[in-house]
Design a protein around this ligand. Structure first.
Ligand code: ATP
Length: 365
């Protein structure tokens, strides 16, 4: 097993910087998810670990060794791609054994490793050809091929993208189980925040080549340091309202929120802000220490236990989204007083996009 360390790593393609000054330490045995929108630099970062892209500047380490100039085959990593890249004419067994044969691993050792991996992954008929397998089974063979290498680090690039929704959920759990069992350091790239939240020990959120925040899923959900992270993590996405400070309140778009005391000292000199609140934190009924948002229900989506409301607020362009218990039986056209507990209110500086709570903590540190 091994750590992976990005130490001021840059990747440039000509004048364009795809990865900018990345500093990230991935712990031994950790499952680190790199997540962000298309083009944010996550695949490029993964490919630098694999040695498929050169590092333009800075140092990349696997364990204690700087690997900038080490060939991919000597890095002790195994990669799983979105496309399974299996050899169509080879059996499942041979697909898994192939890399080991090239490395001249003893036949009995290959046989043991392939059979162990097949057992872990529940692959039964090892003589089948890839075309006889479902997409999910093929991806398991691709995982098996990585497992038999017994690498120090697994690198996975959107391995579930080609699977249908149900299989994706199943395979997601399988990969998580596999990681618990093998404990191998894993770096996993996805654009899907649900995958990131459910699989990662920690998540590194990237945007435009820059690391925005790294933390455990719950940290990112509870305490996003940046507007970008707040909007990217969580489903449905956080609601945002442009507001200005007015005494002990922030107000805008027909909404007013008392400023929680924890934010007050961090707000000196900042008057234009963005207030953020998650749909699932809005409630109906009486609630102490809350702000009230008067809204009209436009669309009600029944989800079973809960219902997702698209509501309009006078003065605010676009929807506000709320998720409330379906016991409320809201109907389109109903006028509602949605309550937001003040401890769930987030405030960001409109100019920098930084969380007021975070800049306050950073200034105090
Ligand atoms: P996606 O999910 O779409 O692959 P990503 O976050 O993984 O997105 P990267 O593939 O890392 O993004 O690409 C980051 C940026 O670098 C993109 O703007 C991309 O166009 C650019 N880029 C990647 N590879 C090259 C290359 N070989 N030459 C020039 N630009 C590149």
């Amino acid at each position: 097993m091994a750590t992976v360390t990005f130490d001021h790593v840059w990747k440039r393609f000509g004048d364009f910087s795809a990865v900018k000054d990345l500093n990230l330490e991935i712990g031994d045995g950790e499952f680190m998810v790199l997540v962000g929108p298309s083009g944010c630099g996550k695949t490029t970062s993964l490919r630098m670990i694999a040695g498929l892209e050169e590092v333009s500047d800075g140092n990349l380490k696997i364990g204690d060794r700087v690997v900038n100039d080490i060939a991919p085959k000597d890095r002790d990593i195994a990669m799983v791609f979105q496309s399974y890249a299996l050899y169509p004419h080879m059996s499942v067994y041979d697909n898994m054994a192939f890399g080991l044969k090239l490395r001249k691993v003893a036949k009995s050792d290959i046989d043991r490793r392939v059979k162990d991996a097949a057992r872990i992954l529940g692959l039964e008929n090892l003589q089948k050809k890839p075309r006889e397998l479902s997409g999910g089974q093929r991806q398991r063979v691709a995982l098996g091929r990585a497992i038999v290498r017994e690498p120090a680090v697994f690198l996975m690039d959107e391995p579930l993208s080609n699977l249908d929704a149900k299989l994706r959920v199943q395979t997601r759990a399988e990969i998580a189980r596999l990681h618990q069992r093998l404990g191998t350091t894993t770096v996993y790239v996805t654009h899907d925040q649900v995958e990131a939240m459910t699989m990662g020990t920690r998540i590194a959120v990237m945007d435009k080549g820059e690391l925005q925040q790294v933390g455990a899923p719950q940290d990112l959900y509870d305490s996003p340091r940046k507007l970008f992270v707040a909007g990217f993590i969580g489903s449905p996405a956080m609601n945002f309202v442009n507001v200005e400070r007015d005494g002990d309140f922030v107000k805008g778009d027909g909404m007013a929120f008392p400023i929680p005391t924890r934010y007050r000292s961090g707000m000196d000199g900042t008057s234009t802000l963005v207030a953020g609140f998650r749909p699932e934190h809005l409630e109906l009924g009486e609630l102490p220490n809350s702000a009230t948002i008067r809204a009209k229900a436009d669309v009600v989506e029944f989800l079973g236990d809960e219902e997702l409301l698209h509501v309009s607020v006078q003065g605010h362009e676009g929807d506000v989204v709320a998720v409330v218990s379906s016991e409320n039986r809201v109907k389109p056209g109903d006028v509602l007083d949605l309550k937001l507990p003040l401890e769930k209110l987030h405030l960001f500086d409109q100019g920098t996009g930084d969380s007021v709570a975070w800049s306050q903590a950073a200034a105090a540190a």
